[in-house]
Design a protein around this ligand. Structure first.
Ligand code: NDP
Length: 293
């Protein structure tokens, strides 16, 4: 029997993920700002819930894709009386491992399963239905979740118990942050020496310093001066904060990741909540007095 899927959080990445779900499952959406959900339903032919209780009463599986675990807890607890035995929550938020373990326990007492299921691949990957989904949870629940995340995923990996997928996602994004900062700083220096940024990237991308930042983000967003807003710097700051906590909890030194966290927090204070993550490089450019071009 096909699952009824409820989707909560039609933001920058949630919305394109939900487009793929509608094609595969009977889907109902809910969004804090109702207009967004209504427009989505009209465009994509899904059901739309007026309130969360309606969605949770109807769905077999509820996918959440919210900024942080704080909003996930708010949402799940706001309908505490609606959950029923046999349902499954699949949390696609880039969340906090400890919070996820605690939420999983709270849901378990109601007979509801929980799988942390963060994604990587960005909004482009979501539009193409080619995200990587990392899953944390018990095997039977993960197997059920795999079928539900499949429409928007190219790669699906069971990482370990609840919380481990959120930990892995945070570490991945900490690497992204370190790469953005290091590439921004290094390229700013090279441009000041008179090297064209594209020339430097051509060499780096044929060498051992290459990364997604040097291969894609800087050529497409910085050199072009396009600075599109697809993934908020505030969310990357949140992710690196989670990674720092993971390192602290496991007793691992966090020099590089700690520095990236400080830089992101400073950029967030200056650029605000709507800025894109790559705009960290704008702050490096300002401090260096140069544009990476
Ligand atoms: P956005 O900020 O674009 O969207 C956030 C969504 O959460 C919106 O639907 C918003 O509703 C809703 N929301 C915010 N606060 C609340 C609340 N208190 N109660 C209920 N709903 C709320 O975020 P993204 O879509 O970019 O990111 C979602 C998650 O996915 C984050 O954890 C992020 O780190 C992760 N992620 C994002 C990627 C990206 O490229 N954007 C890539 C990989 C992971 P409303 O419309 O009313 O504002």
């Amino acid at each position: 029997m096909s699952e009824r899927v409820g989707f909560v959080g039609l933001g920058a990445i949630g919305r394109p993920m939900a487009v793929h779900l509608v094609k595969a499952f009977d889907t109902m959406v809910w969004n804090r700002t109702f207009d967004g959900a209504q427009a989505f339903a009209q465009e994509n032919g899904s059901k739309v819930a007026d309130n969360l209780a309606e969605l949770v009463s109807w769905a077999d599986v509820v996918i959440t894709c919210l900024p942080t675990s704080v909003e996930v807890r708010e949402v799940l607890e706001s309908v505490a009386g609606q959950w029923r035995i046999g349902q499954l929550v699949v949390d696609a938020t880039s969340g906090d491992p400890g919070e996820s373990r605690s939420l999983a326990e709270w849901l378990r007492q109601k007979g509801v399963g929980f799988v942390d299921a963060p994604v990587s691949g960005g909004t482009g990957g979501a539009e193409a239905g080619e995200l990587t989904s990392m899953l944390g949870g018990e095997t039977a629940e993960v197997e059920r979740a795999k079928l539900v995340v499949a429409p928007y995923s190219k790669m699906i990996v069971h990482v370990g118990p609840v919380g481990t997928a959120h930990a892995l996602k945070a570490v991945n994004n900490a690497l992204l942050a370190v790469n953005i900062q290091a590439a921004g700083e290094g390229l700013a220096a090279l441009v000041k020496l008179g090297v064209r940024a594209q020339t430097a990237l051509d060499v780096i991308n044929a060498s051992s310093g290459r990364s997604n930042v040097s291969e894609n983000l800087i050529p497409e967003r910085v050199i072009t001066r396009a600075w599109p807003r697809t993934f908020r710097l505030a969310l990357l700051d949140k992710d690196v904060g989670i990674a720092l906590k993971v390192l602290q909890d496991t007793g691992v030194p966090a020099d590089a990741i700690g520095t990236a966290k400080q830089s992101l927090a400073a950029a967030r204070a200056t650029l605000g909540e709507a800025a894109d993550h790559v705009e960290l490089i704008r702050e490096i450019e300002k401090a260096a007095g140069v544009e990476i071009q």
